[in-house]
Structures are given as C-alpha cells and as structure tokens.
Ligand binder design. Structure first.
Ligand code: SRM
Ligand code: SF4
Length: 568
C-alpha cells in the first residue's frame, strides 16, 4: 500500500471494496438476530437514501436492560425541486402510517424523511415509494444529492423552466450503479460487478457529499451559499437568458476547530441554459479528482476551491467542459425565507404556502391532524405540492374555484394559522432524539424559545419584524444557521453558541457573539439588542444589517474569518 493510500479515510476503503455500493447490505437485511446492519454497510446505505439510527431518548434505559439500542432507520427521498403530485402525496401518506414511526419530516433540502423504520420494513417502504415513482437513490452519501430549485419564484412563469433544469441535473448526476435496483427492487443482478462503470463518479465516488441549487432572484429560498454548486437564473425580458455559476458554498464546521468554516460561494461567470449539465459534471469531476480524501472535515468543495483558488478551479472546469464562462451577470437577492399565504401566478392560478413548523407533519392525538388535512387537500386539489427549502409546503397552482375550500381545510387541520413573522422565519434541524450527531435539542426546543423571543420582540414593538432565526443541535449546520440573522448552534444539552449578523438574504455569514450559553443568558443577550434595534434602526434596516452598522459583530463574507470558538 502506498503512503498516499494509507492516509485515505476508512470511508474511502469501504466505498472502493463495496462493488459499486452493494457491500453486504442484502445479507444484513435477513439477519433477524439484530435490528442493525454491519457497520461498513451503514456507510453504503446512505447512498441508497437511508441512515441507521437509534432512539437516543431511551438509549440509557436499553443499556441498563442489557438490550441493544432500539435501532431504526431514517429514509430520505430524492425529490428534485421538491415537486410532488397529489397522487404521490397520498402514497407517501399511506406508507408513513403503515411502515414508519408515523408522520413525515419535510427537510431543509425540499424533500421528506421517514423516521423510525424497522429493518424489516426498509425494503417494502422503498418498493412502496417506487410504485409512486419516487426513489431515494443518492439522497445521501458522497454523491450529488437532492437538487434544490426555487419553489415559488416571484416570476412564476419561470418555475416550470428552471424546475426542468433542476431535474435534468439530478438525473444527469445519478450514480450509474444498479445496486439500488438489485437490492430494493429485485431487478436481475448484473453478471460481473467489475464490468459496471461509474462514468462520472468512478469507483470511490466523491470525497464527500455534494449539493446543488437553482435559484431565481430576487428570492434566494434555496440559500445558494449553503450549496457546493448553484445556478442563479438570469432573467431578461421575462425569459431565462442563462445562469451565473456559483461554487464552494457550504455550512458545516466543528466547534473550536480553526480551519473548518462555513463559506460563501464564488461566482465563476455566466453560462447559457443548455450548458448547465456539462458544467455541473465538470465541477463534480474537478471535485472528484482534487477534493481531500484523507480528512473528511476538509473534503467539501468549499475547501477545494479555497485551496486551488478560484482562477485555477475555473480554468479546470472550462478545460473539462470545453465551455468558456462569459463574464458574470448582475443579480440581487432580497429574501431567503418563504412567501407565505396566497400568492398569484402569471397563469391565473394561486399558490398557498403553509408554514409547517420545522417541517414536522403528524396527526397529534390531542392536537392538529396535519397528515389528515393534507390528505383531504390532495383529494380536492389534484395538482402539485411543492416542498420548500425552509421546511414548508406550497399547495401549487390552485384553481380560483378551489381556493376557499382548500384554505378552510388548511385552517381546520392546523396547517394555516396566524403566527408571528419571527416564527415564520425560524428554522430548526431534526437533532434529538434521532440524530446521532446532536449535542443539544433543536426542533423540539426552538418553538418554545421563539415564544420567549416573541415576548421580547413585542415588548420592543418588533412583533412584525421578519428576523431570520435558525437553530441546530450541532455545528454541522443542517438548518443553514450561519446564513441567519440570529443563529443558535448546540454545544451541550441546554447550551448554545450565539451567532449574529446575517443579512436576511442569505448572502452574508454570521459571526460568533457568545459561547456556550443557556436560555436565561440567551434572553439576557437578545433583550438589549432588540431594544437598541427598536430605537436606533434606520428605515427598512434589517436586524442583521443593524448589528453590523453598529459594530455589534463584524460583517463576514469570507468563511476564513468565521470563528468556531471565542478563543480564536
Ligand atoms: Fe444534515 C448530517 C439531517 C440538511 C450539513 N444531517 C446529517 C444527519 C444525517 C446526521 C448523521 O450524519 O448521522 C442528520 C439526520 C438527522 C435525522 O434524524 O433526520 C441530518 N440535514 C439533515 C436534515 C434532515 C435537517 C432538517 O432538519 O431538515 C436536512 C436533510 C436535507 C436533505 O433532504 O437532503 C439536512 N445538512 C443539511 C444542510 C442544509 C442544506 O443542505 O441545505 C447542511 C449544511 C449545508 C452543507 O452541507 O454544507 C447539512 N448534515 C450536514 C453535515 C455537515 C457536513 C459538512 O460539510 O461538514 C452533516 C455531518 C456530516 O456530513 O458528517 C450532516
Ligand atoms: Fe443533527 Fe447537527 Fe444536522 Fe442538527 S445540525 S440534524 S444535530 S447533524
């Protein structure tokens, strides 16, 4: 083994000897003695769209009872652009009731997850979604994942056009391996796996996960700076002229670890719409061949771009694609949260955007029957649903004659309620009890904290201020906290780092303000800042911009200036 090979991360070895992602997953499914899979296979199942987890709330109790952890699986679907037809929604709902812990979770990448799936139910579940023409191929793993696309553009007539491009990229970058079809859909096994070629990815796939978004300014709901590669639509005379290509955005970092950072993407220049797939492929292969495979904490594209430099990276993409970038075209983003309530489309239909708090859709025994409500809406609507990149749901292109009935159903089932703009603009990741990496609560805690922050906002007359607040249970950044105006990042149970200073448009990073603080300290820190904002802000000035102007925190546009700990 060469020195270079010896330095590769263990995941590289697992991918290489997996036979294009087959490993021993199939054998593991039949082992009834345990609810888990072999450790190496749990790396490979990510490429098939699912993770092994256990319920952390009862981990200690099971240990005391000398039982293995209560292993279950989380499955994430691949739904480019988040568009789901009503008939598909009904199938998704039926599977949630029959084969999972119940309920659905809309994610920050425009798709849905099932949690609490027992090992014996994984295959029936995948077969079930497949019947509804949905798959989970490459929803996770070191490949291109679900491609985001603006779900409710202001220029509504462009949705179909850019959605088509998002789905083309997703299809173009799918792994070629037939492993998924063999294991889950019982398709015939290929005779010799060694003959199976992965033309884009190669035998060891990418060094790390890879994420793509398509945005239509002025609405940055997909957070282009949270993605490895983004295409920003340039619209001229109401038509799509092409895209600016942004590379190297991303969120994940580690507490108190200099050298890890979230990053803002860099603009390589303008391309025409027909060049989108060749450029996406060239960026992916440049990362495949230049990304770090010896340290997974340095393996994302943002580090590759920063290490190579933009000029060299761009030249490499041009060489591989045979396309020369034109100079970048100007564009402006004005917001990165959803447009809630009814909005009108150019074709005379309307969209209803529902605030789904942190994406969780359930039928509560003593509370709102959200699943039930959406099922009835699916029956009546017959059209599309669109999941948004901020965990919300759009009932899309509703005919005027159905608006009243759909709104009534949404209200009756707790899907449409009057909430503050502070709450509407909040987002939290899953965290406990299912996320194995969570250090603190997020989804289960943020709603209560928002109530307390609402009280502070009301006290200072800021109730209608749309301040973006995001919380994650660890620094990995799954709710893209580093692009919010206020971010809480879990450090330990009940303790968070407080970051401030995003611009409410997703184009500036936050900076660390206080470290490892509890709820009382959080409220004590935010109260005077709200007070000052209420009395000293300029007309139309957002909270994040105010914090920068008054030097509460510095403006961060390059992640290398971001602090992962105050000692830095
Ligand atoms: Fe994430 C890992 C949940 C969006 C950065 N993320 C995880 C895992 C799978 C934990 C694990 O590895 O065991 C979490 C599963 C929790 C659970 O129980 O469901 C998890 N991530 C999520 C979701 C469900 C959060 C949500 O509340 O919606 C989002 C699913 C998106 C999807 O549908 O594909 C989700 N994750 C993100 C985003 C936001 C985005 O992509 O726009 C990010 C930051 C952007 C980025 O990638 O830079 C993100 N997740 C991470 C990272 C850090 C990656 C890094 O570069 O360091 C990890 C940990 C890792 O990869 O090692 C991670
Ligand atoms: Fe889990 Fe951390 Fe992602 Fe939250 S940010 S879902 S705690 S990995």
């Amino acid at each position: 083994m060469s020195e270079k090979e010896a330095d590769l991360t263990p995941v590289e070895g697992i991918k290489e000897k997996s036979g294009n992602l087959r490993g021993t997953i199939e054998e593991g499914l039949h082992k009834a003695i345990t609810g888990s899979l072999e450790e190496d296979d749990t790396q490979l199942t990510k490429f098939h769209g699912f993770y092994q987890q256990d319920d952390r709330d009862i981990r200690d109790e099971r240990r005391q009872q000398k039982l293995e952890p209560l292993f279950t699986f989380m499955l994430r679907a691949r739904v480019p652009g988040g568009v789901i037809r009503a008939e598909q929604w009904k199938a998704i709902d039926a599977i949630a009731r029959e084969l999972t812990g119940g309920g659905l979770r809309l994610t920050t990448r425009q798709t849905f997850q099932y949690h609490g799936i027992l090992k014996k139910n994984v295959k029936p579940l995948i077969q079930g979604i497949n019947k509804a023409f949905i798959d989970s191929i490459a929803a996770c793993g070191d490949v291109n994942r679900n491609v985001l696309c603006n779900s409710n553009p202001v220029e509504s007539s462009l949705h179909a056009r850019v959605y088509e491009d998002a789905t083309s990229i997703s299809t173009h970058l799918l792994p070629a391996t037939q492993a998924y079809h063999e294991i889950w859909l019982d398709q015939e096994k290929i005779a010799d796996v060694k003959e199976e070629i992965e033309p884009i990815y190669g035998a060891t796939y990418l060094p790390r996960k890879f994420k793509i978004a398509v945005a239509v300014p002025p609405h940055n709901d997909v957070d282009v700076n949270g993605n490895d590669l983004s295409f920003v639509a340039i619209v001229k005379d109401g038509e799509l002229a092409g895209y600016d290509v942004l590379v190297g955005g991303g969120m994940g970092c580690s507490h108190s670890t200099p050298g890890t950072y979230p990053q803002i993407a860099k603009n390589l220049g303008f391309i025409t719409p027909d060049q989108i797939c060749p450029i996406a492929e060239a960026v992916v292969t440049t990362q495949r061949d230049n990304g770090n495979r010896t340290d997974r904490k340095q393996a994302r594209l943002k580090y590759t771009v920063d290490r190579m430099g933009v000029d060299l990276f761009k030249a490499e993409v041009e060489k591989r694609s045979g396309i020369t970038f034109a100079p970048e075209e100007p564009y402006t983003f004005t917001m990165h949260s959803d447009r809630f309530g009814w909005t009108e489309n150019a074709n005379g239909t309307s969209n209803l955007t529902l605030f789904i708090e942190h994406g969780r859709i359930t039928d509560k025994p003593d509370g709102p029957q959200m699943l039930q409500g959406l099922l009835q809406i699916a029956d009546l609507h017959g059209g599309d649903f669109r999941m948004t990149a901020t965990q919300n749901l759009v009932i899309a292109e509703v005919e005027t004659k159905k608006k009243e009935a759909i709104e009534a159903l949404a209200r009756e089932h707790g899907l449409l309620r009057d909430v503050s703009r502070l709450r509407e603009n909040s987002m939290a990741c899953v965290a406990l009890p299912t996320c194995t990496l969570a250090m603190a609560e997020a989804e289960r805690y943020l709603p209560d904290l928002i109530t307390k922050l609402e009280n502070l906002a009301n006290k200072h007359g800021l109730a209608e201020q749309p301040i973006t607040i995001r919380m994650t249970g660890c620094p990995n950044g799954c709710a893209r906290p580093y692009l919010a105006e206020i971010a809480f990042v879990g450090k330990a149970p009940g303790k968070y780092n407080l970051y401030l200073g995003g611009d409410g448009k997703g184009t500036r990073l936050v900076q660390l303000y206080r470290e490892n603080i509890d709820e009382d300290q959080i409220l004590a820190e935010i109260d005077p800042l709200f007070e000052r904002y209420a009395s000293e802000r300029e007309a139309e000035e957002g909270f994040g911009d105010f914090l920068i102007r008054t030097n509460v925190v510095p403006a961060v546009y390059d992640g290398r200036e971001f602090k992962t700990g105050l000692a830095q």
